[in-house]
Ligand binder design. Structure first.
Ligand SMILES: C[S@@+](CC[C@H](N)C(=O)[O-])C[C@H]1O[C@@H](n2cnc3c(N)ncnc32)[C@H](O)[C@@H]1O
Length: 325
C-alpha cells in the first residue's frame, strides 16, 4: 500500500522538482518505491531499517557526515521535536538554492511542521496523497538553530524521540527494584535504550554487563549513562542477537523491557521475539528478568522456551517476570 515514501517522491515524479539522484542527503531514510538512489547518503539510526537499506543497495550511515549536499529528503518519525531537528539539519546540510523535501503521514506532525518551516522561510510547494503530506523548501540564507538537542532525564542523557526521554519508564523502574541479589555473573541488557536498566544494574555491583540496542543515538547516550558497561552493541535483536551456540551470548542473566511496537499499534510479536532471542543466548540455568505491560501475552512463549517462570511482582499495570532456562 502506498504511504509517505510514495508521497515524498510526488513532486519529483510530477517534474515539479529535479530528480534527487545526485549528491543528496536522506534523513530517516527508508527504501523507496523506485529503488535505490546510489549517490544519495541515507542516514538511518535504527539498525533494522539500516540493514534493509544496505541490502537494497543504498549508501547508508548511522549518522551523516558533515559534507554539504545538493538537496535533502526527510521522512517524518514519530516525535515532533525530532522532526523539527531533522528538518533543521537537512536545511543546514543543503547548499544555497538546493531543495529540502519533507514528508510524513497525516497522523504525524507534518502539517504543524510545515507551519513551523513557514515561519522561517517560504514553503515553496506542498502536495497531499496516500494519507500523507509532502512539502518542500528552497535553501537560502542562514542555517537554523537545532531544536532542543540532547536533554537530561533526571541525571541521564537522552534526546527527543528516544524511549522514556521525558521520564523514567514505570515498568523499567519496577524491574530495577528487583535487581538486588538477582543479577549474577555476565549480564546482558537487550533493547537497552539510553541505558537506564544497565545504569541501575551497575549500581547494584554487577561486574560485567553488555548492552544491545537498535537505536544508534540511544546507544550513544547509553555510553554516557552507563560508562562502566563492558560493551555497547548496535544490534537488531530480531536478526542479530548473540547466540550461546557461536561462542557469544554466554550470559548468566539477561535483563530487558522489550519493545512492543515499531509503529503506533501494539505488536506483542516483537516482545515474543525478544524472549525467544534471550532463550537462545542463555545457557541451561541462565535467567531472564523482564518487565512488561500486564496485558501483553508473553506467558505462552516463556513456557515454550524456558524451563519455568514466575511473576516477581505486579504494579501500576506492569508485571516483572523471572524465567529460568
Ligand atoms: C521499552 S524500551 C526499553 C529501553 C530501556 N531498556 C529502558 O528500560 O528504559 C525498548 C528498547 O528496545 C529497542 N529496540 C526496538 N526494537 C529493537 C530491536 N529489533 N533490536 C534491539 N533493540 C530494539 C528500542 O529502541 C528501545 O530502546
Amino acid at each position: 500500500m502506498a504511504d509517505a515514501r510514495d508521497t515524498l517522491l510526488l513532486p519529483f515524479d510530477q517534474d515539479l522538482l529535479p530528480q534527487p539522484d545526485g549528491d543528496w542527503l536522506f534523513l530517516e531514510a527508508q527504501p523507496l518505491p523506485g529503488g535505490a538512489l546510489p549517490e544519495v547518503l541515507c542516514e538511518q539510526g535504527h539498525r533494522g531499517f539500516y540493514l534493509a537499506l544496505e541490502q537494497a543497495g543504498y549508501n547508508t550511515a548511522a549518522e551523516r557526515d558533515e559534507i554539504s549536499r545538493a538537496g535533502a529528503l526527510v521522512l517524518a518519525n514519530r516525535n515532533r521535536i525530532a522532526n523539527e531537528r531533522n528538518l533543521a539539519r537537512a536545511w543546514n546540510a543543503t547548499r544555497e538554492g538546493g531543495v529540502v523535501a519533507f514528508a510524513g503521514d497525516t497522523n504525524s506532525s507534518v502539517k504543524a511542521l510545515r507551519k513551523w518551516a513557514g515561519r522561517r522561510t517560504e514553503v515553496a510547494g506542498s502536495l497531499s496523497k496516500h494519507h500523507a503530506v509532502v512539502f518542500w523548501l528552497i535553501k537560502s540564507g542562514d542555517d537554523w538553530p537545532l531544536a532542543e538537542a540532547p536533554a537530561v532525564n533526571h541525571e541521564f542523557h537522552v534526546a527527543p524521540g528516544m524511549f522514556s526521554a521525558r521520564d523514567i519508564d514505570k515498568g523499567s523502574a519496577l524491574l530495577a527494584e528487583q535487581f538486588v541479589g538477582k543479577l549474577h555473573g555476565r549480564v546482558a541488557d537487550f533493547g537497552a535504550g539510553w541505558g537506564y536498566l544497565s545504569a541501575k544494574a551497575l549500581e547494584v555491583s554487577v561486574e560485567h554487563i553488555e548492552l544491545y540496542e537498535a537505536d544508534h543515538a540511544a546507544l550513544e547516550a547509553a555510553k554516557i549513562n552507563a560508562p562502566g558497561a563492558a560493551s555497547f552493541s548496535w544490534c537488531d535483536i530480531t536478526s542479530e542477537a548473540p547466540l550461546r551456540s557461536n561462542g557469544g551470548g554466554t550470559f548468566d542473566t539477561i535483563i530487558m523491557n522489550p519493545p512492543f511496537h515499531t509503529s503506533r499499534a501494539a505488536e506483542p510479536a516483537l516482545g515474543q521475539t525478544f524472549i525467544e532471542a534471550a532463550s537462545k543466548a542463555l545457557p541451561q540455568g541462565g535467567r531472564l528478568l523482564m518487565v512488561a505491560n500486564s496485558r501483553l501475552p508473553y506467558e505462552a512463549v516463556l513456557t515454550k522456551h524456558f524451563r519455568r517462570f514466575s511473576a516477581l511482582t505486579h504494579r501500576d499495570g506492569f508485571k516483572v517476570l523471572e524465567a529460568v532456562r
